[in-house]
Every structure is written in C-alpha cells, then in structure tokens.
Design a protein around this ligand. Structure first.
Ligand SMILES: O=C(O)CCC(=O)C(=O)O
Ligand SMILES: [Fe+2]
Length: 286
C-alpha cells in the first residue's frame, strides 16, 4: 500500500468539475439555513479541567483524541443537509466552507483548541469535507497531514505545533468509511525502523457530532463505503496551529474573523490545486 506523505497537508479526492462560479446569493439559496459573513455568536462548549487532562493523556499516549458526541443533532443537521444540497448540484462538499456554520462548529471547541494549540491559535488554510455515499467510494489514502515534526518536548511539557480535527456529521463506522489511525505506541514499537506499520492501525468509529483529532505527523486514512453502510459518511476537517511557531501555511486565519466570501471561495479553490498531484481526477474546483 502506498503511503502518501508530502508535507503539504491533506491529499484529496473528490467529485469532478464544478459549474460556473455562483454569486453569494445563489449559494445562500442552496442552503437557506446557513449564512455567509454572518454575525458570529459562538457559544463555546465547556471542557472541565479534568476532561482536558483526560483528553491530553489519550492524545499523548495513543497519538489521537476521540471525543463522544458533543454537538446537538440540530446544529449538525443544517450543515449536513447543505452538503447533501451541494451534492444534488454536483458541487464538491468542501464548498460547505463558503458558509459560516462549519467554521462555527469548530469555533465551539475553543477551550479544547486553546488547550492544545495555544491561547491565540491560528486556523490553517487546509480544509476539506467528505460525502461518501456509494459503494467503493473511499476516504483519503494513508498519509500524514504534515511531514515535519509537530510535537516538541515530552510528557506533560510537550507542545503541539499543529492539530487536525475531524468532525463527522453522520455516524461513521467500518461499513461507511470511518477513520483509521496508527496509534503512537505502535510507532514506538517500530522505532528501530522508524516506520509506521499500517497493520497496527486502529479503526475509529465515530458518532455524528463527535470529534477526532491527531497531531499532524500521525499516519491515518479514511476507509471505504461498502454495501453494508447504513448511511452516507459526511465529515469535515480543519487544521489548527500554535502561533508560537512560524506559520505552516498562509494565510493563517483567525477563528473570530473569518475571511469574506471572495477569499473563502479562492481558498476553497486552492485546495483542489494543492491536491491534484495526488489525485489527478480532481476537478478545477471552480
Ligand atoms: O476523511 C478522510 O477520509 C480523511 C481525513 C483526513 O485525512 C484528515 O482529516 O486529515
Ligand atoms: Fe489527513
């Protein structure tokens, strides 16, 4: 099996071409429950210090975090339904990031993000969304989101340069393409060869509204959609970085000040160009 690890962030795959660029109002008509450039009133989720300390333990020991459903089904529904509406128009799911709500879901995780990537964390311009719904459709192949070392120091004092979060909007399991990850302990077991063995991977079934996360040098991938699937696998990912380090990519964004419509659109289009060398079937993303 090929391991893709190009240091650029996600490899990608998606549906093909996009129709002509649409205007802001056309996008809003597609997803009437969502907004673009709306006034944010983010109610952050509460994470007690004991919760954060348990999450830290699992992140440092296992190399990933896996949180139970945190979001209300109704707040997921509008974003998920908008991805279905995009699909009906043959528009790749990553266009969901034109709207405010997917960003705001992640913004509600503020206490978690500040805990791991600093008070003044930045949002990396590496974003993608998936909608697997037919037999044989696959998530992304094995890769690391960043080739560089992203964890500095050890134990309680370790500092994370960047963190990827993955948020399923529908239940994800082995039948519809959940995530797989090689746990940290297995790297240590293979440290002589400095190689991740994909046979050590663990599947990470995750209910809608739960959250998975990993430091960016961990190998992971998305599974396949099979005939046993009960529902589509719809998910979002976004990456965050500690601003104490030089920006891993430009522009490093501020969760409290999302880019305006035109910039969001070009940001989304850039994702296609970034990953086309990995998946030559990627459309232009226009
Ligand atoms: O959802 C997938 O198939 C891949 C997700 C991934 O690689 C990521 O979010 O970094
Ligand atoms: Fe990834």
């Amino acid at each position: 099996m090929d391991i893709i690890s190009n240091g650029l962030g996600h490899p990608g795959s998606s549906r093909d071409n996009m129709p002509e660029p649409r205007k802001r109002d056309d996008w809003l008509a597609l997803a009437p429950d969502l907004s673009i450039g709306g006034e944010a009133s983010i109610e952050e989720l509460t994470f007690s210090s004991s919760m954060l300390s348990d999450i830290s333990t699992s992140l440092w020991e296992d190399g990933y975090l896996s949180l139970p459903p945190l979001f209300d089904p109704s707040e997921l529904a509008s974003v998920r339904d908008a991805i279905f509406a995009l699909f009906e128009q043959d528009i790749p799911p990553v266009y969901i990031y034109l709207f405010d709500q997917p960003w705001w879901l992640f913004a509600r995780l503020g206490p978690l993000l500040r805990h791991f990537v600093g008070e003044n964390f930045g949002v990396l311009p590496n974003l993608w969304a998936w909608h697997l719904n037919r037999e044989g459709a696959r998530g992304w192949p094995p890769h690391r989101d960043c080739d560089a070392m992203t964890v500095f120091g050890e134990g309680e004092d370790a500092v994370l340069m960047s963190l990827s979060l993955w948020l399923p909007l529908t239940d994800a399991d082995e039948s519809n393409g959940c995530m797989y990850i090689v746990p940290q302990s297995r790297y240590e077991a293979n440290s002589a060869s400095q190689k991740a063995d994909l046979m050590d991977a663990r599947s990470l079934p995750a209910k809608a509204g739960s959250v998975l996360g990993w430091p960016q040098d961990v190998y992971h991938w998305g599974g396949s959609y099979t005939s046993a699937a009960k529902n589509p696998r719809v998910s979002l990912s976004l990456e965050f970085q500690n601003r104490a380090f030089d920006p891993l990519a430009d522009p490093l964004m501020d969760m409290g000040k999302l880019p305006p419509f035109e910039i969001r659109r070009s940001l989304i289009q850039d994702q296609f160009a970034k990953y086309r060398h990995i998946d030559p079937n990627l459309g232009a993303g226009k």
